[in-house]
Design a protein around this ligand. Structure first.
Ligand SMILES: Nc1ncnc2c1ncn2[C@@H]1O[C@H](COP(=O)(O)OP(=O)(O)OP(=O)(O)O)[C@@H](O)[C@H]1O
Length: 258
């Protein structure tokens, strides 16, 4: 092997280590509705990528494929070094612990208190039995979203922003390495939306997670994104920082930043 070969090999190894999600030529249709036509994306460790796109473009379908909730028709989707379609049931289960998914609704159980909502993933998913450990994790995760006082409340007693925070705490309690956010600020007023966006960044720094954030909220995109990809008609048509895309000559891209 000569010097050039060695250098090339080193570059490839570094790149692989750093990529936590790699999507190549992903395609997905529902009957004759071709939703994902050719999706390509690499999410690097510690990176926050925002996916922007008009309604119905397939942003949610993409993250549902990543989370193993939906199977693609074609293409490759590697999460934490493993091809999702080749994972066994146990591997999918393990992947869903390592990849946290925050749904638009926050998906809290209304009949349970905040504490019960948070202990649920610990006892059901992680099968933790140690009461002290469970209490410790619940307090830690509520503290990280600034909501320790809400521990005995029911979701119906909380504001929309507080419910989002509890949803975040419940996802983070499993200590995921990757976070998938489906429109985390939808339905919130601009100030609360800004607080949630800032919290996403603070938590990403605290727990060293990597994130994909789907949003229509340009303020959320500006605050959270290291990099933005713009999706249109089943493809990613542009990628760059918020500032770079603001200057894009492409009209479709530019329309988001007006
Ligand atoms: N399970 C499903 N069965 C059939 N069609 C589906 C299914 N899930 C999504 N679709 C279709 O895929 C397309 C993309 O939906 P998706 O929810 O991913 O869009 P989106 O870009 O996330 O939109 P929004 O921003 O409004 O949430 C839509 O036409 C939708 O009807």
């Amino acid at each position: 092997m000569n010097d050039t070969d060695t250098q090339e090999q080193e570059v490839v190894v570094q790149d692989t280590d750093n990529v936590v999600i790699r999507i190549q030529h992903l395609k997905k249709s529902f009957d004759d509705n071709e939703v994902l036509k050719d999706i390509n994306l690499e999410l690097h460790k510690g990176e926050n990528v925002v996916v922007l796109g008009r309604s119905g473009q397939g942003k949610s379908v993409t993250i549902q494929c990543i989370a193993g909730l939906m199977l693609q028709d074609e293409g490759s989707l590697e999460v934490l070094g493993k091809e999702v379609k080749e994972m066994t049931r146990d591997e999918i289960r393990e992947m869903r612990i390592r990849v946290g998914f925050l749904f638009q609704s926050g998906a809290l159980y209304d009949s349970m208190t905040v504490k019960e909502n948070l202990s649920f993933p610990l006892t059901r998913v992680l099968k933790l039995k140690d009461k002290q450990e469970i209490e410790k994790r619940i307090h830690e995760s509520l503290e990280s979203v600034g909501l320790e006082d809400a521990i005995d409340k029911y979701p119906s007693d909380l504001s929309g922003g507080m419910r989002k925070r509890v949803g975040l705490a419940r996802t983070l309690i499993l200590r995921p390495e990757i976070m998938l956010y489906d429109e985390p600020t939808t339905g919130l007023d601009p100030i609360t939306s800004r607080e949630i966006s800032e919290l996403i960044v603070a938590l990403q720094e605290k727990y060293d997670t990597s994130s994909i954030i789907i949003t229509h909220d340009m303020s959320c995109a500006r605050i959270t994104a290291d990099r933005i990809v713009v999706m249109n008609e089943g493809k990613y048509i542009a990628t760059g920082t918020y500032d770079e895309l603001t200057r894009s000559p492409d009209e479709l891209v530019h329309n988001f930043f007006k």
